[in-house]
Structures are given as C-alpha cells and as structure tokens.
Design a protein around this ligand. Structure first.
Ligand code: F6P
Length: 323
C-alpha cells in the first residue's frame, strides 16, 4: 500500500507543524500519498482522515500547536472503537501510520499494531515533559525551555526591582526535567523536583545568611508534580522573611513559535520514521540518543520507567546545599 497517514495525540507541542510539513514533503519523495488524521485517535475512530498536499502545509512551520489538532481519547481504550479505527484506515488503503505523542499515545499505538496485520506504525516522541524512556529528546522540549527561560528572565526583573521571592511553577507532570533545566539555565536559587528530596531548613539557613550579606531577591523554580507552589510561597514569607509571589506558568509553556532546534528535530524524526517503516519496522518508536536516531520496540519505550540522566540530576543535587 502506498498511502501513509499521520496523527498527533496527547498534549500538543511546538514543532508538530514542522513535522507535518516534512511528512507531506518526504511522503512525496518516497512515492507515498500522504493523509492527515484530524483530532488524534478520536479522528481515527470518526474517520476524519483526508488526503493532503503541499498547500495544506504551506506556511505552517512557524506556528506552535498542531494544524491537525490533538486529543486524549478515552474511546480508544475500547477494542470496538479501535476496530472502527482500523476499518477506517483500511478504507483509505493506509499502510503506514506515524503517531506523534507521549507514552500514553504509544500504548494505544501498540494495541492497534497488535490488532491490525496490514499496517506499519512508527511513534515520534513529542511532549514538553521529556519523560519518555528510551529517548534523550522529545519534540517540543527546546521550545518549552525557551518559553520558560523568557518568563523567568522577565520575572527576575520584577523580583530584583521589588525585593521579592518568586516561586515559579513549571509543567512536566511527575517529571522534573523541565524544572531542573530551567532552574539551572536561569540561575535560580531554589529548584524543587519530584526526583530529588529537599530540606527546607537547609535552604532557610542559606537564604537568611545570603540576605544578611545583601541578597535582595530569590528565584525558586518548582515542579507542578510536587503540588507545593502555594506552600513554598508562604514559606518564603513566614520562614525566610521576604515578600513573595507565585507564578504558575501553565499552558503558555506548550505554545509559541518553534525554535530552530525543534524544527530541525521535527524534520529528522519524521524522515527516520518514514524510512524505518519502509525498511520493514512495523511497530516501533524512533528515539534520539547518543547523537543519533534508533528504532525501539514500543515495549521498551512506553512501558518502562523514565529517569533523568544522572549527570543532570547531580547538578540538581547542588541546589539546597549549605552555602
Ligand atoms: O504532558 C504535557 C502536559 O503539558 C503536562 O506537562 C501537564 O501536566 C499536562 O500536559 C496538562 O494537561 P492538559 O493540557 O490536559 O491540562
């Protein structure tokens, strides 16, 4: 079969549109006919599957989000809806499906691959959380980190002008990657993530000493997964003795004009995904690591626990140490 489709599932990321553009262009290079599935797995069930061409991707590379929309589909967990999805793909003679998403999306893709015998699947890791086992990089992370960097840099202006502590909550679900990298690269004084135990008393002693020595403000970056933003903000007021404000960055972290790195990674991920399926990988995820791309079984990606690299965690351990 010469027809190939792509869908976006789960949280959108900047770089998905660049991936769609590359998908259409590279499909033609490979003699395939490209199709978009709108609304993620929901669209597979509802048959919102359309043949596309160059005009559908013109100008979209600069936009965040995804032109073909995304969803978190509950129906897709049920076998009868997945059967409907496979019937719809077959109706369009689609032999290859690319899925951009996170581990939940890949679990759905695994089920689909077990239940269909004529379709090849390839997942592309795409989540700002960077929490997928087996890949060092997920599409969208660089743009999210840059959005967070800009926000923290701006908050620093107010923190320093007003002698305040700012407690900034960063996304990532239970993974502290975004928080840790953001804290390191924005020169924060405090970084709290689920992966590293922390001792507020040590922070307190250190912060009070620093204030005596003339420090006027603090930047604290905390993971949403800890659910303690309000508590830490109060702690600054009551225990450290400095006026404080909380800023929850929220979904602003998922949007925005994709960075050069994410545009380039989108191109590379899609190229490898299509090449892999044409080479006979029927059910895999294209992962990035050690400076290159490799195909991994869905099992080894979506069903394994992810860990932040030890070298990065070690840098995180320096926060909260006696200074
Ligand atoms: O997985 C991406 C992510 O943005 C997480 O960081 C966050 O916890 C979650 O999605 C938010 O989900 P929703 O967009 O459904 O509120």
């Amino acid at each position: 079969m010469k027809n190939i489709a792509i869908l976006c599932s789960g949280g959108d990321v900047s770089g998905m549109n660049a991936a769609l553009k590359r998908f259409v262009e590279y499909s033609f290079v490979k003699g395939l006919t490209p199709y978009f599935v709108y609304n993620g797995y929901e669209g597979l069930i509802d048959n919102t599957i359309y043949e596309v061409g160059y005009k559908d991707v013109a100008g979209i590379i600069v936009n965040g989000g995804t032109k073909i929309r995304s969803s978190r589909s509950k129906r897709f967990m049920e076998e009868n809806y997945r059967k409907q999805a496979i019937d719809n793909l077959n109706e369009h003679n689609i032999g290859y499906l690319v899925v951009l998403g996170g581990d939940g999306s890949f679990k759905g893709m695994k089920k689909l691959s077990e239940e269909s015998n004529s379709i090849s699947f390839c997942g592309i890791p795409a989540t700002i959380d960077n929490d997928i086992a087996g890949t060092e990089y997920c599409l969208g992370v660089d743009t999210a980190l840059n959005v967070i960097k800009d926000a923290i840099d701006a908050l620093r202006d107010t923190a320093s002008s007003f002698s305040r502590a700012f407690v900034i909550e960063v996304m990532g679900r239970d993974c502290g990657y975004l928080t840790l990298v953001s804290a390191l690269t924005s020169g924060a004084e405090m970084c709290l993530i689920p992966e590293i135990p922390y001792d507020l008393d040590t922070y307190k002693d250190s912060f009070k000493k620093q204030m005596k020595e003339g420090r006027k403000y603090f930047i604290a970056v905390v993971s949403e997964g800890l659910n303690n933003t309000a508590e830490i903000t109060k702690w600054f007021e009551n225990e450290v003795g400095i006026e404080s404000r909380a800023t929850i960055l929220g979904h602003v972290q998922r949007g925005g004009n994709p960075t050069v790195y994410d545009r380039l990674m989108a191109y590379d991920f899609v190229t490898h995904a299509i090449d892999g399926m044409l080479d006979g990988n029927a059910s895999s995820v294209i992962c990035y690591g050690g400076g290159g791309f490799n195909y991994k079984d869905i099992e080894d990606v979506a069903f394994r626990e992810n860990h932040i690299k030890p070298e990065l965690l070690n840098l995180g351990l320096e926060f909260g140490q006696k200074r």
